[in-house]
Write a protein that binds this ligand. Structure first.
Ligand code: ATP
Ligand code: MG
Length: 552
């Protein structure tokens, strides 16, 4: 049998590695709370339109990386269960009312082959016969009917087209064991199956990023009407159909945050940008990640950008033909993306292209200068890179990345920026905002690299405080009770089994815990337990009431 494996680009996270994940997530929650952020959890899938409009049709994400499917008409499983309920079965045959083609197709699976008869002019019924309608087949059918009704397990999932041909208003009588020759062959007319389908077909997409979802929620729940800044963070999986490699997966995790609100709440202020960047610096410092680099740029306002893009388009007329295929396409569809190109041969050409900084209006220039001044004031180091544009269409003004040298080709730990027009693009009110998304997988890789250097052996299982070994099956229940008592006292406890030999209990205990507690008949009766510390080899007898204290 071929083994089923995790899908390409996805992976399992196992303990003890998940402890590190939990620690990073807990640190994020703690740090963000100090900046007065609250958590938002949006659905993992959304209407495809949200990303098409919010992220941009021409971005890599939307044009080639999304997991999208048509959420088709669904049939109501209950209606199929009901169809079976209408099958009356006895040892002389069975009678089907409504849903005839569905049930007929199904009963073949139970060895019942039928030949349909013609309508009997005297009676309002069809009759069908089958040489194979035996007692055994009828019994099997009866059991199937019961399973379907109680467990709602259907023998097969018919498609919507098939189900539409359900025939209500008909009655089909199938007597057992009559010879097929007696049947006057004919066709059963089948009427339309009424209703029971959800009609809407919707295109859905697994979220490739979370900002669009947060802004959708901001609009949907009218958060702007509070008049206050909304400071929201999220932690969760995102999905992109990219070529998997180290630090790049098809399901990956992001920690992100957004500051968004009406302009009157100060959402446009450069102080917001600087505060978010300072929070990120503090977060990375608190995690003990050193050697990160903050690179930032301004991509201008929605009025600066068209002027810059026009200049870029003009310059690319000559230069694009010498560039990579992607760039040739981008030069047509989305020239800004050319700056994002990672192909080494294209870099010298990109260097010669016009710079966005020369196209910023006074307001954008002043905004960016104020961001930098605030960063200087609080001592956050940065580098301005006039070529930095981000992979999403919605960014305006400040855009940034934090990179880390230890990550190799996938060196971006996180990216973000301002998205002053996004809410309007999604049909919402004016709600400028700024946010970031951090790749949790890459953050963990960085921490693991660092730990391997600094603390070999880090990331191993923590040992339990105690391993409880019942000495026979008779003590199993009492052992569980003892474990419960110790766990309630806050200890980390592993429970053995009375079926193990003493030697085996010691072997397992030594691997998973710091001490072993023996619980035999004597111990159970006297309430005095024997414990042995694996570290010192010391064996002692302790009254049950003092056990938790002794194991700490
Ligand atoms: P990259 O240039 O590395 O593809 P990006 O510009 O596509 O990154 P964003 O959309 O800004 O990335 O997402 C923010 C962060 O999410 C990235 O900096 C990165 O750490 C992480 N990230 C993005 N795509 C992946 C992926 N496929 N696997 C793991 N992490 C990812
Ligand atoms: Mg990418």
């Amino acid at each position: 049998m071929t083994l089923i494996k995790a899908v390409r680009g996805t992976r399992d996270l196992l303990p003890p590695e998940t402890e590190l994940w939990n620690r990073v997530e807990a640190t994020a929650r703690r740090v963000f709370a100090r900046y007065n952020f609250g958590e938002i959890r949006t659905p993992i899938f959304e209407d495809t339109q949200l990303f098409a409009r919010g992220v941009g049709e021409e971005t890599d994400i939307v044009s080639k990386e999304m997991y999208t499917w048509e959420d088709r008409e669904r049939f109501d499983v209950q209606s199929l269960v009901n169809a079976w309920t209408n099958v009356q079965i006895n040892d002389r045959g069975f009678v089907i009312e409504g849903a005839i083609p569905y049930v007929l197709r199904e009963v073949e699976k139970f060895g019942v082959r039928l030949i349909l008869g013609r309508r009997n002019p005297e009676k309002p019924e069809f009759v069908a016969f089958g040489a194979k309608v035996t007692r055994e087949a009828i019994e099997a059918l009866s059991r199937a009917k019961q399973a379907i009704q109680t467990k709602r397990i259907l023998p097969f999932s018919p498609d919507a087209d098939y189900l539409r041909r359900f025939g209500p208003g008909l009655r089909l009588v199938v007597p057992a064991g009559l010879p097929a020759e007696d049947v006057d062959r004919g066709e059963v007319e089948i009427e339309e199956f009424p209703g029971q389908f959800s009609k809407s077909v919707q295109s859905l997409t697994l979220r490739p990023e979370n900002t669009a979802g947060v802004v959708r929620a901001y609009i949907e729940h009218k958060l702007g009407e509070t008049g206050l800044l909304q400071k929201l963070y999220y932690i969760g999986p995102q999905f992109r159909r990219e070529r998997p490699q180290k630090g790049r997966y098809r399901q990956f995790w992001q920690i992100g945050a957004e500051v968004i609100g009406p302009p009157s709440a100060g959402s446009e202020s450069p102080l917001r940008d600087a505060e978010v960047l300072e929070m990120l610096a503090s977060f990375l410092d608190e995690l003990g990640i050193t050697g990160w680099k903050l690179v930032l740029n301004s991509v201008g306002s929605s009025t600066d950008r068209p002027r810059y893009i026009a200049a870029l388009r003009e310059a690319l007329k000559d230069k694009a033909p010498q560039m990579c295929g992607d760039c040739q396409r981008r030069a047509e569809t989305n020239p800004l993306r050319v700056l994002d190109c990672k192909v080494p041969e294209d870099q010298p050409i990109i260097e010669t292209l016009p710079r966005i900084a020369d196209y910023l209006d006074e307001e954008s220039k002043a905004h960016f200068a104020a961001v930098l001044a605030a960063l200087d004031a609080c001592g956050v180091q940065y580098e301005v890179n006039p070529r930095l544009v981000r992979g999403l269409d919605y960014y305006t003004r400040t855009t940034f990345e934090f990179t880390h040298g230890g990550l190799g080709a996938q060196n971006a730990l996180l990216g973000g920026g301002r998205y002053d027009g996004l809410s309007e693009m999604l049909g919402g009110p004016k709600a400028p905002g700024i946010g970031f998304a951090m790749g949790l997988d890459r953050l963990i890789l960085t921490l693991q690299n660092r730990r391997a250097d600094e603390a070999p052996g880090a990331g191993q299982f923590a040992l339990a405080d105690a391993y409880i070994a019942p000495l026979s099956d008779t003590q199993n229940a009492a052992a569980l009770e003892l474990a419960r008592e110790l766990r309630r006292a806050g200890l980390r406890v592993e429970l053995g089994d009375g079926a193990f030999r003493l030697k085996k209990s010691f072997e397992i205990g030594n691997k998973v815990a710091r001490a072993i507690v023996l619980l035999g008949e004597d111990e159970q009766r006297s309430g005095i337990l024997t414990i042995k510390s694996f570290a010192t080899g010391e064996q002692t007898k302790i009254p049950r009431g003092e056990l938790a204290q002794a194991l700490r």
